[in-house]
Design a protein around this ligand. Structure first.
Ligand code: GDG
Length: 738
């Protein structure tokens, strides 16, 4: 049975108890409106036989049971509530979620609080979620995690269920890397890794997608290609899914009797006046003080509009335990009083201020009656109110919308303003109030068509379809990880063989990558291992490397192994001397070197490594984007420069190398194999240059790639740190027998 598990911080309702009375009330907010909408508009989700919502509940388990017994819980989907320790929840919710992440992700760095205990509480609650989900999870379930309170959860679930289908959607903006980097290192790494536990990561806009991908590149140094990220041997897709609304629900409300009654009475009450309307949660991101300033400036500059316009300004109570919100509320009340005090007349008051929840019918009536919606947040992930207003307009209506909302990228026909500029806002109000009806209708029709088409069911359907697609793409790309049984059979073959060849790449295989090539000296464990391998005379160990003769001689020269330098330009067979394999003089380097020098000076962190028969340009330590761009430019220039010459350009792992044609690890290992004629061959490597060996040896040897990514090797081992322990198993295999 296919099940969909929706996970969000809060369940979509609260249980309120007053003595013996109990009421179950729907929570307000964008996420709840959206998910509830897509759950209720069942038609497109036929492929899920069960839908479950998992989220925290403020009430006690007893109240939950009581509400269930009284039949108060909505029956549309099953519910798994999470009850959390109050004190930890408080630090997780009001602390890390809403006093660290929320201000930071909305570009209010000066309001961000950095408290380790709050981060720890965030970690703990995410873990409680992971534990709760583990209780109900069944293989095949699709898990869809929502929003900034649960950014660590996807990875926690991934660790428990490596094959689970996990989607993550962020409802708020994902800010630029410059903002993310303000977080302490451990927090930002864990947050990015946490999100990368998902198979599909969704945002509202293209900018947020780009910011996320760029941050993972800069902070985690992951490899990305367009909108996919390679992380922990998984291909993760990142894409935009601009959330929609339940369009038809708002259209139907136009003929609803209750709504019509309220809007008729509103129109009577404000006869002769145009209505400006806004509704927002009380939040500094909504730019409420700037909005009031813009309205005040409009009244000041257009006295002819006084007594002819009213601004119905609704604030929905929110997060009223956080000091920042309490002081904002006071400021707004003062500002409202000041404007009303200054401009009211005996018959007219410019601002009607409400601090309360609105019923759905009341909200729709206000949307329909308003001549202008003034929606000017300083930042907003999307902003559903803007879309709901457009959906509710009948034959008039102008939307003034902040260009800093996600919705602005879809609603181009609105009057887009910068919310901090009160003159721009005042001018837009004037333009909206005087806009000819024909223009209003034409703008509305474009926006309505778009919102009607990409509604909330489309949004969720689109996300879930792409999630399943991303998962099957991942399965196709999945590499064959070397498992216990396969290793046992390789060891068995090894034990029985008499003449073995063990081909080992050096950098990235025997030794981890370092900032500078000179730092990657072999550790004692590697030397001991190689000695032990050579001790068995049936073994012929070959270190096949891109390094130069001098380095290999210095680091590994004392070992009874065959050494291959510069991918085969020079070979020292076991117990013999180095023999140059190329006859050409290296004068070609004088032609190539100036170009590499030019690129080194144009790309900070890159450097040239000069070997006897190779010139290499390394860009591992550069800014990832710049390094990549410069490497493509250099590659193009080198290709042109080396066309019709005996030189080739090799695109390695963060390195471009130029050397003579015909020298590569494939050709070299063919030469070595012909000479040794082994009855068992094992070959380990990590780089693109090792792929030449894997291709050549695939049918005659055991080939193992170190690290993720597609490969011609038969098996993959994910981390370089696993290499020495793996090879030790071969040594032990024969020790046991002797
Ligand atoms: C987050 C992101 C993103 C509000 N008050 C009442 C009421 N509402 C409903 C509105 C609308 C929703 O709540 C508010 O949605 P927003 O999108 O404006 O804002 P957030 O709550 O901050 O939501 C936001 C959203 O997630 C979705 O991804 O767009 O950017 O911050 O649906 O109608 N509804 C009723 N009475 C109220 O008093 N009936």
């Amino acid at each position: 049975m296919k099940r969909l598990l929706i996970v969000s911080n809060r369940l979509p309702f609260n249980i309120e108890k007053n003595g013996e009375e109990m009421v179950v009330r729907q929570s307000s907010g964008g996420l709840v409106s959206a998910i509830k909408g897509c759950f209720e508009s069942n038609e497109e989700h036929g492929h899920f036989e069960e839908k479950m919502w998992i989220g925290s509940l403020e009430s006690t388990p007893e109240d939950w049971q009581d509400a269930n017994n009284r039949g108060l819980i909505p029956p549309d989907f099953s519910i798994t509530p999470l009850f959390t320790p109050k004190e930890v929840y408080e630090k997780y919710y009001n602390g890390f979620s809403n006093s660290t992440i929320w201000p930071l992700f909305h570009y209010f760095p000066s309001l961000v609080q950095y408290h380790r205990d709050c981060y720890e509480a965030y970690y703990k609650i995410n873990r409680l979620f992971a534990e709760k989900i583990s209780e109900v999870y069944q293989p095949g379930d699709v898990i869809w995690v929502h929003d900034y309170q649960l950014m660590l959860l996807p990875q926690m679930l991934r660790e428990r269920f490596p094959d689970a289908i996990i989607g993550f959607f962020l409802h708020i903006p994902f800010p630029s890397y410059e903002i993310i980097r303000l977080l302490p290192t451990e927090w930002k790494i864990n947050i990015l890794r946490g999100i990368l536990g998902a198979d599909l990561i969704g945002f509202h806009t293209h900018d947020y997608v780009q910011h996320f991908i760029h941050s993972t590149k800069m902070i985690l140094r992951v490899d990305t290609q367009f909108n996919t990220i390679q992380f922990n041997n998984r291909l993760i897709k990142v894409d935009l899914f601009p959330i929609g609304i339940e369009y038809q629900k708002f259209r139907k409300a136009i003929t609803d009797d209750v709504v019509v009654n309220i809007s008729t009475s509103l129109e009577h009450r404000f006869i002769g006046q145009k209505i400006i309307f806004s509704v927002d949660r009380l939040d500094y991101t909504k730019g409420l003080n700037y909005r009031l300033k813009g309205f005040e400036e409009f009244l000041e500059r257009h006295p002819e509009w006084r007594e002819k316009v009213v601004f119905i300004f609704n604030i929905i109570p929110s997060r009223d335990l956080i000091p920042e919100y309490i002081s904002r509320r006071k400021e707004i009340q003062e500002q409202v009083s000041s404007i009303n005090g200054r401009y009211s007349t005996l018959h007219w008051q410019p601002l009607i201020y409400r601090y309360n929840h609105l019923g759905f019918e009341e909200l729709c009536a206000l949307y329909q009656s308003a001549d202008v919606a003034l929606i000017t947040p300083l930042r907003d992930g999307m902003n559903l109110v803007a879309k709901e207003y457009i959906a509710s307009c009948i034959d008039k209506g102008v939307l003034i919308l902040s260009e800093l909302t996600g919705a602005a990228s879809e609603l181009n026909e609105a009057l887009l303003v910068n919310p901090t500029d009160s003159t721009e806002v005042a001018n837009a109000i004037y333009e909206a109030l005087t806009m000819p009806l024909i223009e209003q209708r034409s703008r509305l029709s474009y926006m309505q068509r778009r919102i009607a088409e990409y509604n909330v069911s489309k949004w969720s359907n689109d996300f879930l379809t792409e999630l399943l697609g991303a998962k099957s793409e991942q399965q196709k790309q999945k590499v064959n990880l070397l498992d216990k049984d396969e290793l046992a059979s390789i060891l068995e073959d090894y034990r029985r063989s008499e003449k073995r060849c063990i081909l080992l790449d050096y950098d990235g295989t025997l030794a981890p990558f370092q900032k500078l090539p000179v730092l990657a000296t072999p550790g004692d464990d590697v030397i001991d291992l190689l000695n032990a391998m050579c001790h068995d005379e049936r073994n012929h160990v070959v270190i096949i490397s891109g390094r130069d003769v001098e380095t290999l001689e210095k680091w590994l020269g004392a070992l009874p192994v065959t050494l291959v330098a510069e991918h085969g330009a020079c070979i020292r067979y076991k117990n013999e001397k180095w023999v140059e394999q190329v006859s050409a003089t290296p004068e070609w380097k004088d032609q190539i070197r100036p170009l590499l020098e030019l690129f080194s000076s144009r790309c900070v962190g890159s450097f040239i490594e000069e070997k006897r028969n190779t010139l290499a340009w390394h860009y591992r330590n550069t800014h990832p984007d710049l390094g990549f761009i410069r490497s493509r430019e250099l590659r193009n220039s080198l290709m042109q420069l080396t066309a019709n010459t005996p030189l080739q350009v090799i695109d390695g792992n963060k390195v471009l190398e130029v050397r003579l044609v015909g020298i590569d690890k494939g050709a070299t290992c063919q030469k070595i194999m012909a000479r040794l004629e082994p009855d068992f061959t094992l070959c380990l490597g990590d780089d693109t240059t090792d792929e030449d060996m894997f291709r050549l040896l695939r049918d005659t040897a055991y080939t193992i790639k170190i690290g993720s990514g597609s490969t011609a090797a038969e098996y993959t081992v994910l981390s370089q740190t696993e290499v020495v322990p793996l090879l030790q198993k071969f040594v032990q295999e024969t020790e046991v027998v002797h």
